[in-house]
Design a protein around this ligand. Structure first.
Ligand code: CA
Length: 226
C-alpha cells in the first residue's frame, strides 16, 4: 500500500472504529468524521483518495454529502447502507457513489472493495485516447466525447466504458463485466450492471445519437454500431 488517505464519515462509533482499525492495519492513512459537515470540511482541507460514507448521518445525510463530494471532484466513494433495495441503491448511484456495502459487512469485504476502487483509479499505463465510432475516451483525463460533446463520467462509469472501448464488437458477459469492473462477486441477483449501462446510455446517447452499447439478451452487452 502506498499510504493512500481514506476519509470515513460515520456517526456510529463502533463501526467507524472497526473500519478505521482495519484500514490502518492495511497501511492506509485514515481520517474519521462523525457527521457530514465535518466530513466535507476535512475533504476540502485535506483531500482524501477515497471516501467511505455512511448513508444515515445526523444533519446532512449521506446522499447529500455524496452529491457535494461529487460536485467538488471525482474521489471514489463507497457508501455504507442498511438499505438493500434497488430503489435506494439507484438513488445512491444517482448521487455519484461508486460502490455500496450493506451493513453488516466483513472487514475483508470492505478491503476488497477499497482495493478494487484503487486498482481501477490508478493508471497502469500511459494515457491514450480510445476511439469507437464517434465516441472517444481519454484514459488520462477519464473524459469521454461523443463527436464534440463532452461527457463527464463517474469512476465506475469510466471503468465500464473503458472495458467496452477496449473490447469493441465483442459480447461481454455479465460475469466478465462483474469481474473486470467490480473485481468481486456483487451477488447474482444484483442489477448493478443494468443500472450502470443505463447511466452510460443516458450520457452517450443524447438527441439522435445512435445507440452504441447494445443488450445481448440473456448474455450481456456489446459495443457496436447499430
Ligand atoms: Ca449512521
Amino acid at each position: 500500500m502506498a499510504g493512500e488517505r481514506i476519509l470515513i464519515i460515520e456517526d456510529e462509533a463502533r463501526i467507524a472504529q472497526f473500519v478505521e482499525r482495519g484500514l490502518i492495519y492495511e497501511g492506509y492513512r485514515v481520517n474519521v468524521a462523525r457527521d457530514g459537515q465535518t466530513g466535507l470540511a476535512i475533504a476540502r482541507d485535506n483531500p482524501p483518495d477515497l471516501v467511505i460514507l455512511d448513508w444515515m448521518l445526523p444533519g446532512l445525510d449521506g446522499l447529500e454529502v455524496c452529491k457535494r463530494l461529487r460536485a467538488a471532484g471525482d474521489v471514489p466513494i463507497i457508501m455504507l447502507t442498511a438499505k438493500d433495495d434497488v430503489k435506494d441503491r439507484v438513488m445512491g448511484l444517482d448521487a455519484g457513489a461508486d460502490d455500496y456495502l450493506v451493513k453488516p459487512f466483513s472487514i475483508d469485504e470492505l478491503m476488497a472493495r477499497v482495493r478494487s476502487l484503487f486498482r481501477r483509479s490508478t493508471p497502469t499505463s500511459r494515457p491514450e485516447v480510445l476511439r469507437f465510432a464517434d465516441l472517444t475516451l481519454d484514459t488520462g483525463t477519464h473524459r469521454a466525447h461523443r463527436s464534440e460533446r463532452a461527457i463527464d463520467l463517474t469512476a465506475k462509469e469510466y471503468e465500464l466504458l473503458e472495458l467496452f472501448m477496449r473490447n469493441p464488437r465483442q459480447v461481454l458477459t455479465r460475469d466478465v463485466i462483474f469481474d473486470r469492473v467490480w473485481g468481486y462477486d456483487f451477488g447474482g441477483e444484483s442489477n448493478i450492471i443494468e443500472v450502470y449501462v443505463r447511466y452510460l446510455r443516458q450520457k452517450t446517447e443524447q438527441g439522435s445519437e445512435p445507440r452504441l452499447i447494445h443488450t445481448v439478451r440473456g448474455v450481456g452487452y456489446v459495443l457496436r454500431e447499430e
